[in-house]
Design a binder for this molecule. Structure first.
Ligand SMILES: *Cc1c(COP(=O)(O)O)cnc(C)c1O
Length: 371
């Protein structure tokens, strides 16, 4: 019966826009790898997760919140937006919370793009922009990175009458690079006001370079500016799915029409609120990440490997070998990274920065494979 079920098919057509879309391929999971390879110890450095976990304050808040999960959550996440607003010096009405910042990307394309509209983005950048543009029948206009960095001039020149939004991923996933402060500020200023400038700052806490632009003060000045942030990375709440966008109130009102009424759940809201109080946890993670980033880069230098200068919690390194092969070889040793072939850089891997012990294991195994 199982077999006949497998071969059964139907000819129900989907929307034309999704015919050629592929399902997102996430980083390989620890459980999957343990099962496939019969390994006890598996180190996952594939999805830019926080190797130090999450704040104990978040755990305590979730334990309390558990008592209320029979009740729908607060749909606009008022307590969380209030707290974020105070922290970021913007009005609560400038913030919308999503089921991950992935959802905010979806809400933006859903609300602002029609078939045939264009959106400008980097080639290569976070893949969710392109997928969501395509779902709406939009046209992704992809401008190649220059040495791993967004080509802001090229992106500005690519804006046409049909452009509805521009995506800047800063730091960029997968290269980890940032765009220079003054260049980004000029870019925001020069993009026509009818085009949304979406700046994805999923990794902004990890940035140590002073050439990074603090964008939130510009929210009041540019009603077409949208900033995306998340609790999935430095706050370590990836599984709870909670992110947010900061933007003009009129954009929040449009996105609110389109979102599911209860898009972020009670556990997520409670954990996010509590996490904001644990500044020392965030500072510790940021400091450890910056130290490890330097150590890893020094190791790559010693091995004669080139890499993109990263300001995130991951590094894309050039191997002069097939990224797929190195990925497989590392996997056999229980270390999961991401092959650059997924991103269109076949001779690279992207490695997330782990704990000191994890990074050491990774470097030791990489040396064995490459030498
Ligand atoms: C991880 C990541 C996100 C966060 O996604 P969530 O849906 O909030 O978990 C957003 N943008 C980029 C570029 C990322 O790498």
């Amino acid at each position: 019966m199982g077999d006949s079920f497998q071969v059964m098919t139907n000819n129900i057509p989907t929307r034309r826009e999704i015919e050629n879309l592929r399902v997102y391929v996430p980083g390989k999971s620890i459980e999957e790898t343990q099962k496939e390879l019969g390994l006890e110890r598996v180190i996952k450095l594939a999805s830019n997760e926080n190797p130090f976990g999450f704040s104990p304050l978040a755990k305590a808040a979730m334990m309390l919140e558990m008592e209320h999960i029979h009740l729908y959550p607060e749909g606009m996440a008022h307590k969380l937006t209030e707290k974020l607003g105070n922290r970021l010096h913007v009005d609560r009405g400038n913030i919308i919370v999503g089921n991950g910042s992935d959802e905010i990307i979806r809400l933006l394309t859903r609300s602002y793009m029609q078939a045939g509209d264009e959106a400008v983005l980097a080639d290569v950048t976070f893949s969710r922009y392109e997928t969501n543009i395509l779902i709406e029948g939009g046209v992704p206009v992809k401008i190649p990175l220059i040495a791993g960095v967004h080509d802001l001039e090229g992106m500005l020149n690519a804006i046409s009458d049909k452009t509805r939004m521009v995506f800047i991923c800063n730091p960029n996933n997968p290269t980890g690079t940032i765009v220079e402060k003054r260049l980004l500020q000029a870019f925001i200023h020069n993009v026509p006001k009818r085009v949304l400038v979406v700046i994805d700052e999923a990794y902004h806490e990890y940035v140590t370079d002073e050439a990074y632009l603090q964008t939130i003060p510009f929210i009041g000045q540019y009603p077409n500016l949208v900033i995306l942030r998340t609790f999935s990375k430095v706050y370590g709440l990836a599984a709870l799915r909670v992110g947010y966008g900061i933007m003009h109130q009129s954009i929040v009102r449009e996105l609110a029409k389109v979102k599911e009424p209860f898009n972020s759940n009670r556990m997520a809201q409670a954990a996010a609120i509590a996490s904001l109080d644990d500044v020392s946890f965030v500072n510790l993670c940021v400091r450890k990440n910056a130290e490890a980033r330097e150590i890893l880069c020094a190791e790559f230098d010693r091995m004669g490997l080139k890499y993109f200068p990263s300001q995130g919690n991951f590094i894309m390194v050039h191997l002069r070998h097939s990224g797929d092969e190195v990925f497989q070889a590392l996997l056999k040793q229980g270390i999961i990274v991401r092959s650059g072939s997924f991103f269109g850089y076949p001779e690279t891997i992207r490695v997330s920065i782990g704990t000191e012990a994890e990074n050491l294991e990774f470097i030791t195994e990489l040396k064995k494979i490459i030498e």
